[in-house]
Design a protein around this ligand. Sequence first.
Ligand SMILES: [Zn+2]
Ligand SMILES: [Zn+2]
Length: 345
Amino acid sequence: MTAGTRAEPMKAAVLREGGRLVAEDWPRPALGEGDVLLRLKGCGLCGSDLAKIGDPRTRVPVVLGHEVVGEVAAIGAGVAECAIGDRVVAAHHVPCGACHYCRRGSESMCLAFKASNLDPGGFAEYVRVPRANVRHAMFRVPRDVSDEAASFVEPLACCLRAVRRARIERGDTTVIVGLGSIGCLFVQLLAHAGVNVVGCDPIAERADVAKRMGAVAAGPAEVAAAAQRELSLGRGADQVIVTGGGAAMLPWVAEVLRDGGAVHYFAGGAGDALPIPLDALYHRELTVSATYSASPADLAEAFRLIASGAVAPARLVTHRIPLGSLDRGVDLMRRREALKVYVTP
Ligand SMILES: [Zn+2]
Ligand SMILES: [Zn+2]
């Protein structure tokens, strides 16, 4: 353990009342046994960060950010997973691995999972990775993988979990609604897995990115509907993954799904009731599923895909923003101008 890691201040982007983000001093985290201290190299800005910033129920002050790449600056007693100077990527949530939820594959519903976090969060100069995260949610980044690519391990892991839960297979026709960075990750992941992917987004630049990443077709709703019909020989899509648009998308989704198809909600959003007749679900044997976050196994698989170059997400980064200007990054994402914002110290 290096001396002097306690109580020294560092800079962090702190969320205050009213959704204000302020660059201010925050105590540098102290290390316990098994913990690792990272000097931040960068952290992706996630849609879930935006949701928390906009939610008046979020407890403040807090430091958000969980798509963290850093250099190991100090290690606690007993750490064997890394050495000082290593470049690593670390995720924020770790399940206990032993409870009822964990044993049945609902790791992200585990109480320990929800209670775990990075300290204080990724939008800070230094980040403490707690012992459980060091063991199960931290990976050493190979030399030929960029910081920006590595920062996608956590979001890609969430996509992998969704793909598994939605039971998507090679040869399926799948529509991705919303072609932000998550939508484009799905496109790349599924195209790599031999799925016929159709992207749906009214923004033409986003549809173009999706096509470059392997979508057979992409465009506004009419274009996506026509493309999936052709690809599925008129049956309808096997799955639709909704990454944006909320409950209001559901009537359209039911129209493009084949009988026996599945809609998967990757993100929450507006609308408390699902606008679909129960009878349609029943007679057409439709499935509605959702995923929240990712398990250690999903993280390991995502890391493998990025480390091997099978998925190359770094080109989704459209804006690089310093910690002190995080509010500008949030603005760019809200206006849908930025695909992915990468925050640097
Ligand atoms: Zn995220
Ligand atoms: Zn558990």
